[in-house]
Ligand binder design. Structure first.
Ligand SMILES: Nc1nc2c(c(=O)[nH]1)N[C@H]1C(S)=C(S)[C@@H](COP(=O)(O)O)O[C@H]1N2
Ligand SMILES: [Mo]
Length: 420
């Protein structure tokens, strides 16, 4: 049974990380089991010394899952067309303008019509002093699995807004990408001006992103330039960015508001199984691995619970808060970061990492963490296996925000049979 799929790349990286964990526990004999999460074939778990050190974490750009609209998609047009529509670095331009229907005052608006829109060269000259790099998981509020884990680089949006000399009557920043001049294809998002100009403590700036994993941002990932909103679900991170509009407007008009989505939601903490056996012989430890998305309130624990299938749980406790949960191990940061970083080393200057590439804290908000657990002495029988996160406020998933249109975070479950 295939319940969901994560990208093969995320899966490989995950396996490499978790192998090391099981070796430390002394579980070195190869496991042979059916995987619920990959395919219906038998998977051999065969730890290999070299691979154990080859741990990777970041997702290569072309291995991300993609959520996109547009006909034609801008990056699928021939290069000549891409140059014409500004979807190459050589010709890319960004408008920073007031909304004509608003009384926002900007002294130095940057626009294609005035022939002074921001170009890539100017963005790069800002980048010399202002560029930032940070880790962020790309994740869609409507999907239960993350799309990819990236190291993003860009110029804070506020530095470009200040170039336009905004003066007064500005409450919200709207922005949208290339849409073939068809209003129906426009993908818009927005933020309060305050969020753009100032970062809450511990948060990264909103950036105009031009690099992913130390490489130029590809067209498929939203290049030449996309917005990256660190704490938000994917729909705030508009690809193929072309226009920033300042408005005196207190409310949002995000494209995603139309779909009943909670457009002000921070990323939630949640946990997923990556690999669990579907059938395993009794008497041997049950190896379980997973990953956690670290939301706004962080991640203090991952827990698992194995429950007999005929266990009737009281309806008054839909989130199994009274179950005998057991703690899993949150794995330390990887030694090699993977993605396109050929040496496995991080470039200098990644936010919240020291000069040797060691994170100043771990798990890190708005990223993923890998985890593993091993269950012992489970008797013959059929079970459901559950996992959940506990955030830094001590609150168990899916609380404190269980509504699915604010981001999926229901408790993950896998069936498992122990035979003798
Ligand atoms: N221009 C544009 N930007 C977009 C989208 C889109 O359809 N068009 N999809 C958004 C949504 S809903 C998500 S979840 C993320 C996905 O980013 P990815 O395709 O790089 O994984 O991009 C966002 N940015
Ligand atoms: Mo999305």
């Amino acid at each position: 049974m295939k319940k969901f799929s994560i990208s093969t790349e995320l899966y490989e990286q995950h396996r490499q990380l978790t192998r090391r964990y099981f070796r430390k526990l002394g579980i070195t004999s190869p496991f042979i089991f059916n995987s619920t999460r990959l395919d219906d074939n038998e998977v051999t778990w065969n730890p290999n010394e070299d691979q154990i050190e080859e741990t990777e974490y970041l997702t290569p750009a072309d291995e991300f899952e993609t959520i996109e609209r547009g006909n034609p998609l801008p990056y699928k047009s021939p290069r000549e067309k891409r140059l014409e529509i500004g979807m190459e670095r050589e010709t890319w331009k960004l408008n920073v303008v007031p909304d004509p229907e608003s009384n926002s005052e900007i002294e130095n608006l940057l626009s294609r019509a005035n022939n002074n829109a921001l170009d890539f060269k100017t963005l790069m000259s800002l980048a010399e002093n202002k560029s930032v790099k940070f880790m962020k998981v790309m994740t869609c509020n409507n999907l239960s699995t993350p799309l990819g884990m990236g190291l993003w680089e860009g110029v804070p949006l506020r530095d470009v807004i200040w170039l336009a000399k905004p003066k007064e009557n500005i409450r919200r920043v709207f922005y949208y990408g290339h849409h073939n001049n068809d209003p129906k294809q426009m993908f818009r998002s927005s933020l309060p001006i305050g969020r753009v100009l100032e970062d809450p403590p511990g948060d990264h700036p909103v950036i105009l992103c031009y690099k992913l994993n130390n490489q130029w941002l590809s067209g498929e990932r939203g290049g030449p330039v996309r917005m990256i909103v660190p704490e938000a679900y994917g729909f705030k991170s508009v690809k193929w960015l072309k226009s920033v509009v300042l408005r005196n407007e207190p409310a949002a008009n995000d494209t995603y508001a139309d779909g009943n989505n909670d457009i002000d939601s921070w990323i939630k903490s949640m946990s997923l199984f990556v690999e669990t056996p579907t059938r395993i012989k009794s008497g041997q430890p049950i190896p379980i691995t997973g990953m956690a998305q670290v939301g706004v309130s962080g991640l203090s624990k991952v827990q698992v619970w194995i429950s007999p299938v005929d266990n009737k749980w009281p309806k008054e406790d839909p989130y199994f808060t009274k179950a005998p949960w057991k703690e899993a191990s949150i794995l330390p940061p990887p030694k090699k970061w993977g993605g396109e970083l050929s040496s496995g080393k991080l470039p200098q200057g990644v936010r919240f990492f020291d000069k040797d590439g060691i994170p100043k804290h771990w798990p890190m908000r708005y990223t993923i963490s890998h985890w593993a657990a091993s269950l012992n002495n489970i008797k013959k029988g059929k079970y459901n296996l559950y996992c959940r996160t506990i955030d830094n406020n001590g609150i168990a998933q899916p609380m404190p925000r269980p509504f699915k249109k604010s981001g999926r975070n229901s408790i993950d479950v896998c069936p498992i049979e122990v035979y003798s």
